[in-house]
Design a protein around this ligand. Structure first.
Ligand code: ADP
Ligand code: MG
Length: 723
């Protein structure tokens, strides 16, 4: 083993994979070349069909089914010109990972040859067997069959492989009875719900021309890269994407030298390849940099409409994994791959805008725009307060449990950061007193009952889970592996409810609109201002303060999932037709299942690695020590007991470790005897996870004593610092 580790160190002098001539072909030339985008559509579709398709993709109008055959034909020809042989309906089942089944275009002819076939029916609808996807215990009522339905708002694209290419058609995945079996369908429904309510509000402010309100998303994706050869020697990373063992390295992130540091050559080569591949797919990759932890990085795209941004983020994660391998690296997207240093998040930048490109979260230049902005802002504040638990549910999962509440990620308490200036505006609005301040950067609302609005209210606070950053909100507590459809579905739905309530009150108000508006906003602020917090979200004082304010603090996934049972939450999704009861229950069930499965995998991996790799290494070293001491006993003077102490330490460690492993093994069995998922999950959390930590603690302690040559697992100091 030791020799192998040495070999790895040498092999780190990697040859770079052959890359294309980057300078010869600028990004502008390749951008979107693998997407059936506007340019390709123009070229391969008749003018009439092109126009109709654009109406759907751009303006959200219903698809005219009569054009399907012609779109399919054009898409096929375009794909064939790129050497494509297969097509697939791509969807996001409730595993949260992309799913695809490939079919070739080829159809045999009577003459013994083949032709490439692809018609409208095949484009619009696919029928993968749904029975092996999680359905949340509702399978008996769902037919096993599932249908994939083409989502024309997200462009088809080509996945290139080493030996060919596949036309990939983004789809929604539904059951025979029409229930959503995927993450995308509810997201699309939630955008629709938010649009309907927002248009009512906009109308009250005199906007009669907007036809749709969309949500925008810019997900910043964090990740780690380690050398693949280390990865292959870590069964824990292979099984679950996070290290279950590993003593803290003597150098971690304390020097604060990695964040925005110069990017190492091998990493930059990866990033460049990633950017190129993303650009080819029309994914607007924009920013790349080193993150806080050693070996940690981030990419951020330019924001897009939510459903497209969510699709693109799935592709980003997939490509990161794939391209890393080409560079002899492995990409770790888990929320907490390494204990003791930062984990990975996915900052979910979110805003709402009309089809006329008006960002509803832009404070605006005129008094009238400002008032509208404040109405939207207050609606969001109210939504986040009223449904904080739902937002927390949307980001829960076994991975994020290691991150939320640690001193690197926002706490599990959902609160909003507005910044001092905007907070001041809200405070004034609550009191209902117009401000006399008219200095420099202050905009007058021109409405006597509304306070002036600062032009730039974008100070920063990294510790807030939900922060206003200028013209968008940044939902920072989302986990790095998350399929972001789900948290955004929740966000859109709760804001739809808020805007609905406010619009209803305003529509019913008599008399002067501005004073009615002030009254409604005041009421909302009074009721929901407890969710506003501009201080340090990492501090212990905040936990006490939040408890005093009565804000929910669902510390773990299990607590969050219990809250998910509440009737009012289910009703909310039903009311806005985002999820019916069955669909909601299915998601809850699947989250419980996932928690139990992931924890079991990690617990069993802990037993296996400790028992079969670590313990034998420790015992081997112990035996070496014992032998040496036996052989040298004659020359040891009395009082020279260090060697005996070392042996005694190692022997005790081995003994304790063995006992801890056996205890863990038993606790896992016992936990899984529980009579329900909830009970099993509770035992896993309360007895198994703490015992896993005990095993780890002993093993990590032994790592510090046992001969480095004999240690079976690549160490943190190796994985995090050597490329
Ligand atoms: P930060 O300082 O937080 O990194 P950036 O300006 O780099 O801010 O933006 C981060 C992400 O937010 C990017 O993906 C960006 O495209 C996205 N973003 C910017 N404006 C909006 C908006 N109005 N709505 C949604 N996302 C946005
Ligand atoms: Mg950011």
């Amino acid at each position: 083993m030791s020799n192998l580790r040495k070999k790895i160190a040498i092999s780190l002098e990697k040859e770079m994979p052959p890359v294309e001539e980057y300078k010869a072909k600028p990004g502008t030339e390749i951008y979107g070349s693998l997407v059936f985008n506007d340019g390709a559509q123009k070229q391969y579709l008749s003018k009439d069909v092109y126009k109709k398709l654009r109406a759907t993709t751009l303006r959200g109008e219903a698809l005219d089914p009569s054009i399907a055959d012609q779109v399919a034909q054009g898409m096929k020809e375009w794909a064939l010109s790129h050497g494509v042989t297969h097509y697939t309906h791509w969807f996001i089942p409730l595993t949260g990972l992309g799913a695809e089944k490939h079919d070739s275009f080829l159809d045999p002819t009577a003459e013994g040859g083949t032709v490439a076939e692809f018609d409208g029916k095949t484009l619009i609808k696919g029928e993968p067997d749904a029975s092996s996807f999680p359905s949340g215990g509702t399978r008996s009522t769902f037919e096993a069959r599932g249908y994939t339905a083409w989502d024309p708002t997200s462009s088809a694209f080509i996945q290139e492989g080493i030996n060919g290419a596949t036309l990939t058609i983004p789809t929604a995945f539904v059951s025979y009875t029409g229930e959503a079996l995927d993450f995308k369908t509810p997201l699309l429904r939630s955008v629709e719900a938010l649009s309907v309510q927002s248009l009512r509000l906009l109308k009250l402010f005199g906007n009669k021309t907007a036809k749709h309100v969309f949500t925008n998303m810019g997900p910043e994706q964090e990740y780690f890269l380690i050398d693949r050869q280390y990865f292959e020697l870590r069964p824990d990373l292979i099984a679950g994407g996070r290290t279950l063992f590993g003593a803290p390295p003597y150098r971690g992130q304390e020097l604060e030298d990695h964040y925005f540091g110069a990017i190492k050559e091998r990493i930059l080569a990866f990033m460049m390849d990633l950017d190129r591949e993303l650009w080819r797919l029309g994914i607007p990759s924009k920013t790349r940099h080193n993150e806080v932890a050693p070996a940690q990085f981030e990419m951020a795209p330019i924001f897009e409409k939510s459903s497209i941004a969510a699709d693109h983020n799935m592709i980003v994660m997939e490509l990161m994994r794939k391209i890393a391998i080409r560079h002899g690296l492995v990409c770790l997207l888990h929320e907490k791959p390494f204990a003791g240093i930062n984990g990975n998040g996915k900052h979910n930048n979110w805003s709402m805008s009309t089809n006329e490109n008006e960002n509803l979260l832009e404070p605006g230049k005129t008094p009238h725009e400002n008032a509208q902005f404040l109405a939207v802002l207050v609606a969001i504040i109210a939504a986040v307060d009223k449904y904080a638990e739902l937002l927390r549910i949307g980001i829960s999962g076994p991975g994020n449990d290691h991150r939320l509440g640690a001193n690197e990620a926002p706490p599990a308490i959902i609160s909003i950061f507005l910044g001092d200036q905007l907070q001041d505006v809200i405070d004034q609005l609550e009191k209902g007193k117009p401000s006399s301040s008219k200095s420099g950067g202050v905009m007058e609302l021109g409405v006597s009952t509304l306070p002036p609005l600062p032009r730039d209210a974008t100070d920063r606070n990294r510790t807030s889970p939900f922060a206003f950053t200028g013209n968008k909100f940044e939902f920072r507590a989302v986990g790095s592996t998350a399929a972001i459809y789900w948290p955004n579905t929740i966000l859109n739905t709760i804001v739809a409810e808020s805007i609905d309530r406010i619009a209803t009150e305003l529509e019913g108000a008599k008399g002067d609109f501005n004073s009615a508006l002030a009254t409604v906003l005041q009421k909302e602020i009074k009721e929901h201002k407890r969710v506003l917090f501009n201080g340090n979200g990492y501090g212990a004082e905040w936990h006490a303060e939040a408890a005093k304010r009565g804000l929910p603090n669902l510390k773990t996934t299990i607590e969050a999932l219990h809250a998910m049972k509440k009737k009012e939450y289910k009703q909310l999704f039903e009311k806005y037709k985002v999820l019916n009861e069955k669909e909601y229950d299915a998601r809850e069930e699947i989250m419980w299942e996932r928690y139990v499965k992931v924890t079991n995998i990690e617990a069993n991996a802990t037993v296996d690695i400790a028992r079969n790799q670590i313990l034998p290494a420790v015992i081997g070293y112990q035996s070496k020590l014992a032998n040496t001491i036996g052989l040298t006993a004659a020359v040891l003077k009395s009082g020279q007991k260090g060697q005996n102490d070392l042996l005694a330490n190692v022997a005790k460690g081995a003994s304790d470790l063995f006992e801890a492993i056996e205890a863990l093994d038993e606790l896992i069995d016992k936990a899984n005897e529980g009579s329900s998922l909830h009970q099993i999950a509770a035992s896993l959390k309360d007895s198994v996870i703490p015992q896993m930590l005990k095993v780890r603690e002993l093993a990590d302690w032994l790592e510090g004593y046992v001969d480095d040559e004999a240690w079976p697992l690549p160490k943190y100091r190796e994985m995090l610092f050597q490329y």
